[in-house]
Design a protein around this ligand. Structure first.
Ligand code: MLT
Length: 248
């Protein structure tokens, strides 16, 4: 059984309890998370809002903590970094703990608290995340794919990645059995756009907003399929790489 939820508002605690989950916010939070982890960040702690992020950061060693995130796509005043994957260079993030708050992506991560396993997916780790989804489905028989979405609702960009994850989890089986309606819709979106993640990102409302705000390079970065074959996992309220995870 595979369920897709197009936005954090579409799930409640009972839906996620004990589940194997994949979380997606391809523009840009989960791409940024994958990039930071690939470049050696120690951990990422998602926070609900900037105040919460500052409080969480205060409890950590100042020399090792970075505050990052966005509101209305722009860096948050007083924070070290925004939410651009290009900012997560090895020089900036290696060995650091990043406390991060974004409009939708970190909200989606926090909505998974209570799940059994949570992996982070984007375009830059698509194959790796798809393989993990397949393994989790084989192990537990159930998968819940949660999208960050846009303004608490549907986002084409995340829905497309969700469809790619569903297809990877099915491992080439052409079946709709056991898929909820959102999972069927997500797969149909992939059938419409094929492998053109770049096209989907450019068409999506989130992509058009980023383009308008001057983040064109970020769109290209987020469309770079498998650039960082890492598997960030969210456990105990922090994102880390499993001990065996390869840094790209
Ligand atoms: C979000 O969490 O809403 C996004 O990552 C927004 C962004 O592109 O910065």
């Amino acid at each position: 059984m595979i369920d897709v939820a197009f936005a954090p508002n579409d799930v409640v605690a009972a839906d996620v309890a004990g589940r194997a989950m994949v979380v997606i916010d391809v523009l840009r939070a989960t791409t940024t998370i994958c990039t930071a982890m690939a470049h050696g960040a120690r951990a990422i702690i998602p926070a609900a809002d900037p105040g919460d992020a500052s409080r969480l950061a205060e409890a950590l060693d100042k020399r090792e903590v970075i505050l990052a995130g966005e509101r209305h796509l722009q860096p948050i005043p007083g924070f070290h970094l925004g939410n651009s994957p290009a900012e997560m260079t090895a020089e900036r993030v290696r060995g650091k703990t990043i406390v991060m708050t974004t409009t939708n992506g970190t909200r989606a991560l926090l909505a998974t608290v209570g799940a059994q396993q949570v992996v982070v997916a984007s375009g830059v780790n698509l194959t790796t995340a798809g393989e993990a989804a397949r393994a989790m489905l084989a192990e537990t028989g159930r998968l819940l794919v949660l999208c960050g979405g846009r303004e608490s609702g549907f986002g084409l960009d995340d829905a497309y990645i969700a469809g790619r994850i569903v297809l990877a989890a099915l491992g080439g089986r052409r079946t709709r059995k056991g898929l909820n309606d959102s999972a069927i819709a997500a797969v149909d979106i992939v059938r419409r756009y094929g492998t053109r993640l770049d096209r989907v990102l450019a068409l999506s409302e989130a992509g058009r907003s980023l383009h308008h705000e001057g983040y064109r390079d970020d769109l290209a970065y987020c469309a770079a399929v498998d650039r960082h074959p890492v598997l960030p996992v969210f456990h105990d309220r922090r994102v880390t790489l499993p001990v065996t995870g390869a840094a790209a």
